[in-house]
Every structure is written in C-alpha cells, then in structure tokens.
Write a protein that binds this ligand. Sequence first.
Ligand code: TMP
Length: 206
Amino acid sequence: MKKGLFVTFEGADGCGKTTQLKKLEEFLKEKGYDVVTTREPGALDIGQKIRNILLHHNGIVADRCEMFLFLADRAQHVETFIKPAIEQGKIVLCDRHVDSTIAYQGYGRGQDIELLKSLNDIAVNGLVPNVTLLYDVTTETAQQRVGDEKDRMEAAGLTFHKQVRQGYLNLQKENPERIKLINANNSIETVFEDTKKVIINLLQEN
Ligand code: TMP
C-alpha cells in the first residue's frame, strides 16, 4: 500500500496559512488525491479542551504549563490521527506543528530551544513532515490582518511576534530542505501559485 504524505503549514498569526491550506485541500481533492486537513492545537476531543485553555484561559498560564500543553496536544494528535492517516496513504495537511513550538515557546517565550527540540521529538515519536510551508509576512501586516479581537497568544504583543517571526526564519535557514519559505506579503493568488509549486514538486518526487 502507498504511504501518504505529511505537509505542515507554519507562520505568524495573520500570515494567511489557513486560507492556503484550504485552497490546497480543494486543489488536491479535485485532482483525485485522498486528503485530510487538521490543526494544532485542538484537532481532536482532548485537543479541543487543551486549545480552549491555551487560547482562552483568562488567568495566568505559566510558560512551562503552556509548553507542555502544546506538546501534550501534539503527542495525542500524532498518535491517534496523523500517523494512522499517513499509514492509510492519505495526504495530511496540518495547520501548525513542531516548528510553532520552537518559534513561539522558544523564540517568543524564551524557553530553551534545544530542550524544546528534544520534547518535540518525544511528542512526535519519529514523525517528520515531508515538507513544511513557511508563510513569512512582516509582523505589522500580520497584526493588522489579525484585527482587534485577539486570543491569548495573538495578544502577546509586537515584540513577542517579531521574535516569533525571526525564530521561523532561523528555523528555515537551519532546515532548507524541509522548510520552504513563501513570501506571504503577496496576494492570495500569488501565494497559492508558490504553494502549488512546492506541493507539485513533492508529489513528483514521491
Ligand atoms: P492558530 O490560531 O493558528 O490555530 O494557532 C493557535 C495559536 O497557538 C497561535 O497563536 C500559535 C500558537 N501555538 C504555539 O504557541 N505553540 C505551538 O506549538 C502551536 C501548535 C501553536
């Protein structure tokens, strides 16, 4: 049986990755591929509860608590959803994954990056994305796109979000084979052309 593919979508809040993910899902389904979409945090039942705490808890959430919650969500998601779907030969399009933790909890919150990489390894238990699309946009544009109604993470401030962006760019330089940089300042259609190019290459290789 043909093994599936695992594609992750990364970038700042407001970068437009979710729009691209949906467009790509439609495009691939039209071409007859077996595609499923999912997200972190909060794809499944336990994840929904974790997402609610992470994005909407009103009181203090300690940085390490936040870190473990994202990782707990990921461990559950990988084991019960992503790996089985890939084994069934599906193309899994996932909105955020391991790189979000390095960018947000590492570069944003200042948690130890090497430690986070080890914890990510435990959470994913050997799973690595075939490709990661990184949608890069200036922090000012991203914040404008998010608007005034911000969740707990979106409300973390401009400095935090600039560090997150820089974190992502560093990750891309460290992993140029896996992480493909896409200029998300462009129009939705131009960004989608760039998205398709990466995915068509991936499909040809597999
Ligand atoms: P979303 O709005 O793209 O669904 O993402 C939820 C928020 O959670 C977003 O602000 C990024 C953040 N996040 C982390 O801080 N660490 C993580 O590991 C993940 C997956 C998301």
